[in-house]
Design a binder for this molecule. Structure first.
Ligand code: C2O
Ligand code: CU
Length: 486
């Protein structure tokens, strides 16, 4: 019988056969495309950070890009980022540009689109910023562990100057909890109980990396643009505020026909990990406040307070400000082929290999080399992503035609909510069997409720693209598949 180590070596060979060894160097020089190129260096590393607040112990081994927790990059639409990435972590990693329509080679998914970047090594990414909006980038390797310890950065792509409506204030809200012990040090990011249910939650809630919710001043009767993102491993929120007038104006960065919050399902916007929302809030009179909440908690959880200060803005009736319409590939829904997906537990699924026992050194080696977990709890259409000692990539969920339109009909037969994310595409939400008033937003990630079937449409773009749950432990334990589009 083959030893486990031999199995790893064999799997390494298999992975190498899947992803080219190239360092991601483009064959066509960027300048030839006439784009506005921005060269950037990016590194992932560990640092010490005060997460619990002043006077509390600092947290060691926080993971950050460029030495800045929640680093933010901001560029005008049309920029192409030419990124020299260096891995200064003690573990392998990659960078995934979540929601950005990159060439498949730069999508950051090992072993499908590239091999892992081992400690001390570099990888070159090209990231064209064609679509305005709020994005983020994060590793696609041991995501529960690395994102859990902070590794994520924001990417804001601005509309052409003068084309977007003017707001009196723009404010980013990052929802991301920390999983820390009393001593301020990390607890295990994943547990079997969590991974097999709603996920393992942080022990400390935080907004914009602070445990104390911020108070932010905005002009009385003014117009505020909130840009919210859930960057947590696990937490699903019901985003909203107590202002009389607020409207959802973009989802996952993409402008929509504004929808007043009163017209949304339960008058909130449900956001799972990776989802973003732009919200127009009309401020009340001088001295009054707007409280921004996660209404999904037993008691609404305060994310931020907006304080109306008198800057002499006249009080006008509320008209939501629409952002410039997006310029995205559109699915031809009438001609689209329908593909049915059931997201389910791994019970009855094809499990390619038995799980590894806890603490097995092989489990760490696997995470390091192949970025997968050691256990399988979930599946899509009875197939689970490679895990444990057997790292054969599952066959693609479907082989699709480049340029053709598809409707994904996603049925959740589990007891938990799953925010499903499709790489490389922006889809249009068509309908839900549970929420008749769900707006037809454009998105790259969308929650699917228990017993709900959600239909979304997209136009296929060439590449090998993964489709997975963005509750990171679910993804790490099987709820991931891929499309081959050629
Ligand atoms: Cu943020 Cu594979 O995703
Ligand atoms: Cu899930």
């Amino acid at each position: 019988m083959l030893s486990r180590r031999a199995l790893i070596a064999a799997a390494a060979g298999a992975a190498a056969a899947i992803a080219p060894a190239a360092k991601g160097r483009s064959t066509r020089p960027l300048a030839a495309r006439g784009a506005r190129i921005e060269k950037r260096t990016l590194y992932a590393g560990e640092m010490e950070v005060l997460l619990l607040g002043p006077g509390k112990p600092a947290t060691k081994r926080f993971c950050a890009y460029n030495g800045t927790p929640l680093e933010t990059w901001r560029f005008p639409k049309g920029t192409v980022l030419d990124v020299e990435f260096e891995n200064r972590l003690p573990d392998s990693t990659t960078v995934h540009w979540h929601g950005v329509r990159v060439d498949n080679r730069f999508d950051g998914v090992p072993p499908l689109t590239q091999q892992v970047v081992p400690p001390g090594e570099k990888f070159h990414y090209e990231v064209p910023l064609a679509d305005p909006g709020l994005y983020f980038f994060h590793p696609h390797c041991d995501e529960s562990g690395q994102v859990g310890r902070g590794l994520a950065a924001l990417l804001i792509v601005d509309d052409e100057p003068g084309s977007a409506p003017a707001f009196d204030l723009e404010q980013v809200i990052v929802v991301k909890d920390w999983r820390l012990g009393e001593d301020g040090q990390w607890l295990a990011m994943t547990t079997d109980d969590g991974a097999s249910t709603a996920g393992t939650f942080g022990t400390v809630r935080a907004t914009n990396a602070s445990v104390a919710p911020a108070r932010v001043e905005a002009p009385a009767h003014g117009d505020v643009r909130l840009r919210a993102i859930v960057a947590d491993n696990t937490r699903v929120i019901d985003f909203g505020c107590d202002a009389k007038d607020s409207a959802l104006i973009a989802c996952d960065g993409h402008a929509i026909e504004p929808v007043h919050f009163d017209a949304l399902p339960d008058a909130v916007w449900r956001m799972g990990p990776a989802m973003r929302a732009d919200v127009h809030v009309r401020m009340p009179g001088p001295g009054e406040e707007v409280k921004v909440y996660d209404y999904r908690s037993a008691e609404p959880f305060l994310l931020m307070t907006l304080v109306a200060v008198d800057k002499g803005k006249p009080k006008l009736p509320f008209r939501p400000l629409a952002l410039p319409p997006p310029d995205l590939p559109q699915a031809d829904v009438r001609r689209a082929r329908k593909l049915d997906f059931t997201i389910q537990t791994a019970a009855g699924a094809t499990i390619l290999a038995p799980p590894l026992p806890d603490g097995d050194p092989l489990a760490k080696a696997l995470v390091n080399s192949f970025c997968v977990g050691g256990k399988t709890f979930w599946a899509i259409n009875r197939t689970s992503w490679a895990a444990g000692p057997d790292l054969r990539l599952p066959p693609p969920l479907n082989v699709l035609d480049d340029g053709a339109s598809y409707v994904l009909s996603i049925s959740n037969v589990t007891k938990h909510v799953h925010p499903m994310h499709l790489h490389g595409h922006v889809f249009k939400v068509l309908s839900s069997t549970k929420k008749p008033n769900l707006p037809q937003v454009l998105a790259d990630t969308m929650v699917v409720e228990p017993n709900e079937t959600l239909d979304v449409a997209f136009k296929a773009t060439r590449g090998d693209w993964v489709f997975h749950c963005h509750i990171l432990e679910h993804m790490d334990s099987g709820m991931m598949g891929w499309f081959k589009i050629a």
